[in-house]
Ligand binder design. Structure first.
Ligand SMILES: [Zn+2]
Length: 280
């Protein structure tokens, strides 16, 4: 366990460290014998590159599960990343330093600080050399393999990474108790359902998923749960609970209490817009 003003880290496995940023956004450092892969890069407040350098001597490559503000901060420090081409535009749309600072400061940890971060702590945006990643690609870190699974939904270019050996998936924001499908750049529910069916083909190869928010591992059964919700949303038989997550109007498929605990005991939930259900 290592901490700094901006980051908190904890070992998940011998070779895997989870690192959380100021708003609880999470990335994962996976080490092989030859190199390390940084899965996502937080919001770019404070030097994640320096923090990672304290954790490993290996060369580090950055991969983004998707292009959102709280996942791509390290891109602007490393100057390069691996990302699905469908999310490159999104990554630049979310690169504005004020926006990244705003995200970091929205977290409870940042708000509680005696000396809060300032704009001077934000890594400036820059042009990033992007290497494309696609469904089916494999990262070989030396004795550790991570397989790319495309799960478009939360964004068009969303990917997750499967480690068959440890039986885990690093899932970003692809499928969790608060999956946001109403954002600019999200797919329709109908398309997301197809993505989940593809993801489900890999279900026998892992047990849990580690996501971009929330420290606890999420059971793989959440995929079945989310598939069921997609069906209900498309049939109009879900709870269709009106809400406004981060000020944006949307509907949740299932009623929940404050911390995204479903009242009916299910795990998955999906926030969507009425014009984002069927394929266009
Ligand atoms: Zn996201």
């Amino acid at each position: 366990m290592g901490n700094s003003k901006f980051f908190e880290s904890e070992k998940l496995f011998d070779n895997v460290t989870v690192i959380a940023g100021l708003a609880g956004e999470q990335c994962y450092l996976v080490e092989g014998s030859e190199k390390a892969l940084l899965i996502d890069g937080l919001s770019g407040v404070g030097s994640l590159k320096a923090f990672v350098r304290e954790l490993t001597d290996l060369p580090v490559e950055v991969v983004n599960t998707h292009g959102h503000v709280d996942h791509c901060g390290a891109n602007f420090e490393f100057g390069e990343c691996r990302i699905h081409p469908a999310d490159i535009r999104l990554m630049y749309d979310h690169s504005d330093p004020e926006r990244r600072f705003g995200f970091a400061m929205s977290g409870a940890r940042a708000k509680a600080m005696a000396t809060p971060p300032t704009m001077a702590d934000v890594i400036p945006a820059c042009a990033v050399k992007t290497y494309p990643v696609y469904d089916g690609d494999v990262f070989d870190l030396g004795g550790v393999q991570l397989e790319v699974i495309g799960v478009p939904g939360h964004s068009f270019g969303t990917i997750v990474l499967l480690d068959r050996e440890r039986r885990v998936v690093f899932s970003g924001d692809a499928c969790n108790p608060n999956t946001l499908l109403f954002l600019p750049g999200s797919t329709t529910i109908e398309e997301y359902r197809e993505s989940l069916l593809h993801f489900k083909e890999y279900q026998p190869d892992f047990d849990v998923m580690y996501g971009g928010h929330g420290r606890n591992a999420v059971p793989k059964a959440i995929i079945d749960d989310a598939l069921e919700l997609c069906g209900e949303i498309m049939a109009g038989t879900d709870d269709r609970m009106e809400s406004a997550y981060t000020g944006r109007h949307c509907y949740y498929a299932k009623r929940f209490t404050g911390d995204f605990k479903r009242l009916d005991g299910g795990i998955a939930n999906i926030a969507y817009a009425l014009d984002g259900i069927r394929k266009k």
